[in-house]
Design a protein around this ligand. Structure first.
Ligand code: ZN
Length: 321
């Protein structure tokens, strides 16, 4: 009998659900709906249940056909427990316990951080997954996930992989969303890229139309040889390389995977990061390659499906869930 796994990615704006073959973790179908804004400690779980009910009905399945539910959430998670989630109104919640109230007990439930699960999803989607890998996601924020021996690294409190908040510079006094200063995200997040472009444009010429400034326009100008735009992207690449060189001395990964919206800049960005990385890296860690993420916006649901699949396989060996 064919069995299925559900992978869910709960974001601040949208919630995505994928249904997967439990053996191959092949994505069969996915749906997306708006994250409810009110009473999120209850409404998210109620909406999730009714959407999943509909999805499995659409595929003429019943809950007995589903063996696992993996869930990615946008905040630090430790063993399914969330202390605080700035993107959702959740504090001190056992997400696994909340979900178990809604679903039959035959369905195993696993929950972890979205960027960590994106790292797992990206890595496991490769023809030959790496044992140790680091994903850095570049978008509005800078996030990341660390894979050690094939498993996501949550750490003791769930902060494992919060790469965007590594302190890498002392240049200004602006406070980051985390309450600290000098974070990688302040340079390489969308806001940091645009702010630095505007700062340089006050005193230098550029081909960028400053009235229609976007991260894409900065990359496009850089690719066309605009000096100012290249200075901006070079700074992004340099600080990403510094952060990667720090991570290499802790994780010693076989690969760095670059994902998120900004990574659409493609090999142009990867080449620049690698150039800086080779001069920043210590010992022989300079050989660690950088590659672009491939699963796009589905990385979270794919990673969530892999997480619960991994945990089901482990529990079959140890007889413990
Ligand atoms: Zn920060």
């Amino acid at each position: 009998m064919k069995q299925y796994i559900l992978g869910v990615d709960i974001g601040g704006t949208n919630i995505k659900i994928g249904i997967f073959d439990s053996e191959s973790i092949e994505l069969i179908d996915k749906i997306e709906f708006k994250t409810p804004k009110r009473d999120q400690d209850q409404s998210i779980f109620l909406n999730l249940k009714s959407e999943i009910d509909q999805l499995i009905k659409n595929h003429k399945l019943v809950y007995e056909d589903v063996i696992g539910l993996g869930v990615a959430v946008p905040c630090p998670v430790k063993n399914g427990y969330v202390f605080s989630c700035p993107n959702l109104v959740w504090t001190n919640m056992d997400i696994v316990k909340e979900l178990q109230k809604s679903f039959p007990s035959n369905i195993k439930i696993s929950v972890s951080n979205d960027a960590s699960l994106a790292a797992l999803g990206e890595n496991e989607s490769l023809d030959m997954p790496y044992k140790n890998a680091v994903l850095i996601t570049l978008g509005t924020g800078v996030g990341g996930g660390v894979i050690i021996n094939g498993n996501i690294h949550e750490g003791s409190m769930g902060y494992g992989g919060e790469i965007g908040h590594i302190r890498v510079f002392d240049e200004n006094e602006i406070t980051c969303g985390c309450g600290s200063k000098g974070c990688l995200e302040q340079i390489c997040g969308t806001h940091g890229i645009l702010e630095y472009t505007q700062k340089l444009a006050k005193n230098s010429k550029t081909s960028i139309d400053m009235n229609r400034l976007s991260v894409k326009s900065v990359f496009d100008a850089a690719k066309d040889g605009d000096n100012l735009a290249n200075k901006v992207i070079d700074r992004v690449a340099k600080y990403l390389a510094i952060s990667a060189s720090i991570l290499a001395m802790i994780v010693d990964p076989e690969v760095f995977i670059i994902g998120g919206g900004v990574s659409r800049a493609g090999s142009f960005l990867i080449d620049k990061i690698e150039k800086h990385y080779k001069s920043e890296a210590r010992f022989s860690s300079g050989h660690i390659p950088f590659m672009l993420a491939k699963t796009g916006n589905d990385a979270g649901i794919i990673g969530a499906a892999y997480l619960v699949s991994q945990q089901i396989k482990k529990s079959e060996k140890t007889d413990a869930w």
